[in-house]
Every structure is written in structure tokens, then in C-alpha cells.
Design a protein around this ligand. Structure first.
Ligand SMILES: [Zn+2]
Length: 101
């Protein structure tokens, strides 16, 4: 089981050579009932629409994608390269939404 988190971690808690724009997975932990669980961090950012510059992953340069989460004239953008960094992730891939300019 994977818990998807958008909450950035403090710099000292990050794996070396990464920052909070790169998706990563924490170690698997065994729960009391014997099931395995880990935290998967998927970076995201609120951006005012229309966007001028997309946030990008500093690990692989992939631009974040727009999701359908909105807050007024802001939209939630999140990293689109989860699987590139976490090959064995079981996290569901949300459908990408084309950016209207
Ligand atoms: Zn990336």
C-alpha cells in the first residue's frame, strides 16, 4: 500500500542529490497487521492561471502537469514523472489535462 503525499520534506530528510521537486518513495515499512506500507512523495504546486512557466522536476526536467484541482484562478500542478523515479510504484496515474492557453 502506498500513501501519496504532497507535503515537502525538510531538506535534511531528503535523499541525497534531490530536492522537493523530485518524486521519491520512502522505505517499505511493515505494519502491525503484516501489510507493507510506504510513503510516496509527489511534488505539486499551486499556480495562478494562465501559467507562464511550468514548474519542472529538477531530477529529470519533466514539466509538472495540470490537474483538475482548482482554487479560484489557481490550479494544482503536480510532477508527471513519478514512475520515472519510482519504477515499482503502484500509485494510480491521474489523467493528464491539456493546458489551455
Ligand atoms: Zn522527474
Amino acid at each position: 500500500m502506498e500513501i501519496i503525499s504532497n507535503i515537502p520534506r525538510p531538506q535534511h530528510a531528503l535523499p541525497q542529490g534531490t530536492d522537493n521537486s523530485v518524486p521519491y518513495a520512502g522505505p517499505w515499512r511493515e505494519m502491525r497487521d503484516g501489510s507493507l506500507m510506504r510513503l510516496v512523495y509527489c511534488p505539486g504546486e499551486w499556480k495562478k492561471l494562465p501559467v507562464e512557466t511550468l514548474p519542472i522536476c529538477s531530477g529529470c526536467g519533466t514539466p509538472f502537469r495540470k490537474t483538475d484541482e482548482r482554487l479560484g484562478d489557481m490550479a494544482w500542478f503536480e510532477a508527471d514523472c513519478l514512475r520515472r523515479h519510482i519504477q515499482d510504484s503502484q500509485a494510480p496515474v491521474k489523467p493528464s489535462i491539456p493546458i489551455s492557453v
